[in-house]
Design a binder for this molecule. Structure first.
Ligand SMILES: [Zn+2]
Length: 113
């Protein structure tokens, strides 16, 4: 399952941070997840506890912050994109191939024990 491998790589990143800080455990973590990151937040939440078992993140709470997609229209500039409509300006329909935000999956906050 894709989300399980996402959860595992998240845990790996967090473990590195813990090590840097000499911390034993994390209580909670907040992750910024773009709507275009092709990760289903519910699936990630569901996969996380099992993946965290036996790691310093066991029992930690996972919070997910959704980041909406923003594209760049040649006419309208930065504009929020509708995931269902694809990489097109919702105003004029021009393709907006570049995402300014919305494809991120990054650690935003980490609460250490
Ligand atoms: Zn436009």
């Amino acid at each position: 399952m894709h989300e399980a491998s996402v959860a595992l790589s998240l845990i790996e990143v967090v473990c590195e941070v813990l090590e840097e800080h000499g911390a034993q455990r994390a209580i909670s973590l907040t992750v910024r997840l773009g709507e275009w990151a092709s990760v289903v937040p519910e699936a990630l939440e569901a996969a996380f506890p099992a993946c965290a078992q036996g790691t310093p993140l066991e029992g930690a709470a996972l919070h997910i912050q959704r980041v909406p997609g923003v594209g760049e229209c040649p006419t309208h500039g930065p504009i929020p994109l509708n995931v269902l409509r694809g990489l097109r300006c919702p105003e004029c329909g021009q393709p907006t191939p570049r995402l300014l935000q919305g494809d991120e999956l990054e650690l935003e906050e980490l609460e250490l024990a």
